[in-house]
Design a protein around this ligand. Structure first.
Ligand code: TLP
Length: 338
């Protein structure tokens, strides 16, 4: 029986075309900016977002940390959603390494409003940390892949800028949001200072993320990357599939979204509880019976279906390249009623 792995879109393997591009990539020393393939990817990414420059980094976590380090100084405060990946899943790097303190805003389906940001903003007073950065997660992972609309980003961006703060989007899956809403990445990037997006999730690359921003910001981010040991040499082998990802892999994300909807519908029929309004992209977060997520995951595993834990009573399924509609039908058959 073939295992159907829905733990994450990070499990995707590079396509054959990507493997060929890796083998043929023109290479150089990227620390000296001499890798033509990296330079091409960084410019392509910047152009896609309407920004001046891009920076290839090892992972989404590195992209977020480097962005925080570049926007903030030690002791600064960063506003983010209460279950944002940058706060929840990045090993506390924002505090441990960048030295910033988070101020959490409880969003609705991962999205908080400009009014909420304003209400949380305490001003620049002697006793408070310096409010430096606002982070937005689009799509929001723990909220089940929910999208921010362009308007929501614009409003929060403006509220932050009016208060002298910078804005960063953790856009690990921002192309999923673009496909779901028919949005242009430039429209998201327009009202913020930096965006990190991942090549290694739905876009199927083996490694890598890219940060985009203005030239001055990216120049400083390049130094932050170096201090973390993230300056890579012939990184064109990572950039080559990244170029294919940006040029060819985005439209197919729609298939992942359709499969997620089909899966969610079936899981609800089988007795799991899902807020269907959250099923907007390729993530399905479902509630099991109380404290039963571990049992559910083990049972699913015995039937050859892999999903992951999102809490004691929450499981997550992620659709991705390599999973087709027939697999979803198969998954539902294997899982059966809960
Ligand atoms: N998320 C992973 C796990 O860490 C949970 C996953 O399987 O979804 N931002 C967001 C919104 C993410 O979902 C992730 C990865 C990251 C950043 C970090 O990216 P990587 O794993 O490349 O460091």
């Amino acid at each position: 029986m073939r295992t159907i792995d829905l733990r994450s879109d990070t499990v995707t393997l590079p396509t054959e075309e990507m493997m060929e591009a890796i083998a043929q990539a023109e290479l150089g020393d990227d620390v000296s900016r001499e890798d033509p393939t990296v330079n091409r990817l960084e410019q392509l990414a910047a152009d896609r977002f309407g920004k001046e420059a891009g920076l290839l980094v090892t992972s989404g976590t590195a992209g977020n940390l480097i962005s925080v380090m570049t926007h903030c100084r030690h002791g600064d405060e960063i506003y983010c959603e209460a279950e944002a990946h940058i706060y929840y899943y990045e090993v506390g790097g924002m505090s441990a390494i960048a030295g910033v303190i988070p101020r959490l805003i409880k969003g609705r389906r991962g999205v908080y409003t400009a009014e909420q940001l304003e209400a949380h903003y305490r001003g620049r007073e002697m006793h408070y940390p310096n409010p430096a950065l606002v982070a937005i997660e689009n799509t929001h992972n723990r909220a089940g892949g929910c999208c921010w609309t362009i308007k929501e980003v614009e409003e929060v961006g403006k509220a932050a800028h009016d208060r002298g703060m910078k804005v960063h989007i953790d856009g690990a899956r921002i192309f999923n949001a673009c496909v779901a809403l028919g949005a242009d990445p430039k429209d998201y990037a327009n009202s913020v200072d930096s965006v990190t997006f991942c090549l290694s999730k739905g876009l199927s690359c083996p490694v890598g993320s890219v940060i985009v921003g203005d030239k001055e910001f990216i120049d400083r981010a390049r130094k932050a990357r170096k201090i973390l040991g993230g300056g890579m040499r012939q990184a064109g082998i990572i950039a080559a599939p990244g170029i294919i990802a940006l040029e060819r892999m985005i439209p197919r994300l729609r298939e992942d979204h359709d499969n997620a909807k089909l899966l969610a519908k079936g899981l609800v029929e089988q007795g799991l509880s899902i807020d269907m309004a959250t099923v907007q992209t390729n993530i399905v977060v479902a509630e099991t019976a109380p404290n039963k997520s571990a049992d559910y995951i083990s049972k699913a595993k015995r039937s050859g279906v892999l999903c992951s834990s999102f809490g004691k009573s929450l499981v997550r399924f992620v659709t991705h390249n390599g999973i087709v509609k027939e697999d979803i039908v198969d998954v539902l058959e294997r899982l059966g009623p809960s």
